[in-house]
Every structure is written in C-alpha cells, then in structure tokens.
Ligand binder design. Structure first.
Ligand SMILES: [Zn+2]
Length: 171
C-alpha cells in the first residue's frame, strides 16, 4: 500500500478509461497488447513531450520503474525493459503499471495527499492499486477475454498466471 491517496477510481472507471484510450489509437481489438510499441511510438503521439529513459541497473537500484507524471517521464530499468521486449509477462506488466501512473495520475501528482495518521487507504484510492488495475486492463481487454479461462488469457494476452487470475475473477 502506498502512503498517498489518489482521486478514487473503481475498476469499472479504469476499465472504461483504458478501453477509450485503446480505441483512440486503434488497439481495442488486439488481444496481445503491443506494450513496447505503445510505450515507444504511441504515447509520444498522445503526449508530445513524453520522455522515456532506459536506466542502467546500477543507477536505478531496486526500482523496476518510476514515473513522474508532472514531467511526463517514465524511467524503466534496463534489464526490465529488455525482458519486456522479449515478452516476459511480469516485465510487460511493470511497464503497463508505469503507464498507468502516467495517465491516471497526470494531473494528480500534487493532489496526491499524505494520509492522516491512522487513516486507512481504500484500494480504489491507492495509486498503486489503480496503476496495477490499469496495467492489467491495458494488457488484457475485459471485453475480449470474456469467456476465456485463466490459461487462455495467459497465452493470448501474454500475462502472468497471477494477472490472469485477477483479470478472470473480475470479469
Ligand atoms: Zn507504482
């Protein structure tokens, strides 16, 4: 859980947002989401001053990815980026998660507020939950995976077993 609270967004809100986003760039009917193509070629068409930095492992440390929505900047650790290019599901999801922060929290960075002591963060107010939800929906469109088993979702969308489990259980 993050210690910051974001504007509340339900899974349905995020679903609708992601579907609209994918539709606007003609990717709404594609089962296997081209995450690297989206990151490198499509986001710059949507956000002209978007910047992507691939950062050496030694410089980035333990973080796999970081996003600065106010600067339209995503930084991905080099080994994570390379594995995502090779199609490793976990690394594809890391990138999709960072893209979630970029889009969902774009105007929101200052609005993210520190929690009062003892306040419990609801999942839908947690920017990390929101970015995970966005990432899952980006990689696997709910309208295309309806009726599929977890195994089928894993194979056709190239997501991890864990992601497929969550996605199928929320259909
Ligand atoms: Zn995050």
């Amino acid at each position: 859980m993050s210690k910051y609270k974001a504007e509340p967004l339900s899974r349905n809100d995020i679903r609708r947002y992601v579907r609209k986003l994918k539709k606007s760039v003609g990717l709404d009917e594609m089962l296997m989401f081209p995450i690297i193509e989206f990151l490198e070629n499509i986001i710059p068409m949507i956000i002209p001053d978007f910047r992507l930095e691939i950062v050496p492992k030694g410089e980035m440390g333990i973080n796999h990815g970081e996003t600065y929505p106010s600067k339209n900047l995503i930084r991905i650790r080099e080994d994570v980026y390379e594995r995502a290019v090779d199609g490793v599901p976990r690394d594809r999801l890391t990138i999709a998660h960072e893209i979630g922060h970029l889009f969902l929290h774009e105007n929101d960075v200052i609005a993210l507020c520190r929690m009062e002591p003892g306040e419990t963060l609801k999942a839908y107010e947690d920017p990390e939950w929101q970015a995970n939800c966005f990432g899952g929906e980006l990689l696997a469109s709910y309208n295309l995976i309806r009726g599929m088993s977890e195994e089928e979702v894993m194979k056709s969308c190239n997501v991890s077993a864990q992601a497929a489990h969550i996605l199928v259980s929320k259909l």
